[in-house]
Design a protein around this ligand. Structure first.
Ligand SMILES: Nc1nc2c(ncn2[C@@H]2O[C@H](COP(=O)(O)OP(=O)(O)O)[C@@H](O)[C@H]2O)c(=O)[nH]1
Ligand SMILES: [Mg+2]
Ligand SMILES: [Zn+2]
Length: 355
């Protein structure tokens, strides 16, 4: 098996590549730094950077390569360096909403099959946040799995588990403790050779600890490749891919303090399947659930079949997503974007001349 195949290269990407009839070589982005990448080529691991053209043509962050992407590169053998010229079409991509005022999609990782949404059974445990994570995964073709770490902190997590049961729908739940090395018999069957799994979740829930445990060594603390940034300080990549002994490929991502959901209203139907079902039973087809007679939602809340906080969470997300859509459709936005983008390109060029 070649190196690329080990890192998930398959017929889907092979076909895209053949169609392009390119002289460039395929490579996978395995780590991202501010201006550089680490990538796997047929000839081994290399440092890579974007060509000026790819930077110039990218109008938005989502047009640029991200961890997990398959790209086409030109290799300079002497210094094991590669120039990224093109991104192959993505099979899947997981995105969030960019932090900041501007409404923009921010890609987290590309070409992954499964997403582990990691939470911890500590004071930070939050059902509403889990609903947000589920929504960004439901938007994609990927399979979400809910991982609950730090079971060792609770004498019993029965109550938490029953709360999760009420929001998880069909999504698989796995309860583990890295500290006690327990619960992994449920998780390991998912770590299939050649399949890519992305870990997401708040900072501190144990994503990196789980990956270290699965790797069998402390890769994340000890093997972080450091790149000098232009100020001479050391920076470490926060998005990085690891090849597990099982042959599965995992992507560690930095914790997100606040998750901006990037989705469409329609994506909520998977996260809130229960609410959608209840709504169908309202007497009036266009019921607003705010006091109409025969309202199934209000009835369900009164009977405690539906928790009010879950319903409010649904309404809040719906509002947020409607806002994103409105902003996206707003004219003038694209022009402004283009202006911001050319500023970024100028900055990028300046930095590159320095090096
Ligand atoms: N009690 C307990 N602590 C854990 C467990 N797994 C990880 N931790 C601790 O949680 C903290 C955050 O872990 P880390 O892997 O850095 O989280 P990340 O930010 O999601 O990558 C560290 O201090 C870990 O030692 C566990 O199963 N039980
Ligand atoms: Mg981490
Ligand atoms: Zn109703």
């Amino acid at each position: 098996m070649g190196l690329l195949e080990k890192y998930g290269w398959n017929t889907f990407f092979e076909e895209q590549y053949i169609k392009l009839n390119s002289e460039l070589q395929p490579a996978r982005i395995i780590a991202q730094y501010s201006n550089l990448y680490r990538l796997i080529t047929r000839e081994g691991e290399m440092i890579g950077e974007n060509s000026g053209k790819i930077e110039f043509n990218a109008q938005l962050q989502k047009d640029l390569p991200v961890v997990g992407d398959w790209v086409l590169v030109d290799i300079f053998k002497d210094d094991s360096k590669a120039i990224v010229h093109e991104v192959l079409p993505r099979k899947t991509v997981i995105s969030r909403q960019k932090v900041g005022k501007r409404i923009e999609e921010q890609t987290i990782a590309a070409n992954t099959e499964i997403v582990f949404i990691v939470s911890a059974l500590d004071n930070d445990f939050n059902l509403r946040r889990i609903e947000r994570y589920l929504t960004i995964v439901h938007r994609t073709e990927m399979m979400p799995v809910l991982i609950f770490n730090k079971t060792d902190l609770k004498k019993s997590y029965k109550k938490m588990r029953s709360e999760v049961d009420r929001i998880a729908g069909k999504t698989k739940q796995i309860y583990i403790s890295v500290k006690k090395k327990s619960g992994f018999e449920e998780l390991t069957p998912l770590l299939k050779k050649g399949k890519t799994i992305c870990f997401i979740g708040s900072s501190g829930v144990g994503k990196s600890s789980i990956i270290n445990f699965l790797m069998g060594t402390e890769v994340i603390k000890t093997a972080e490749v450091r790149e000098k940034d232009h100020k001479g300080r050391h920076v470490t990549s926060s998005r990085q891919m690891y090849l597990l002994p099982s042959g599965a490929i995992v992507i560690d991502t930095p914790g997100m303090r606040e998750l901006g959901v990037w989705a469409e209203e329609d994506d909520l139907k998977d996260t809130f399947e229960d609410i959608k079902k209840i709504e169908e039973r309202c007497k009036f087809h266009n019921c607003s659930h705010t006091g109409e007679p025969g309202c199934a939602i209000q009835n369900a809340i009164a009977n405690n079949d539906l928790s009010e906080s879950r319903y409010n969470s649904y309404l809040k997300l719906k509002k947020e997503l409607a806002y994103i859509r409105m902003k996206e459709e707003g004219t003038g936005n694209t022009k402004k974007r283009w202006k911001d983008r050319s500023k970024e390109i100028k900055k990028w060029r300046k930095e590159h001349r320095k090096r």
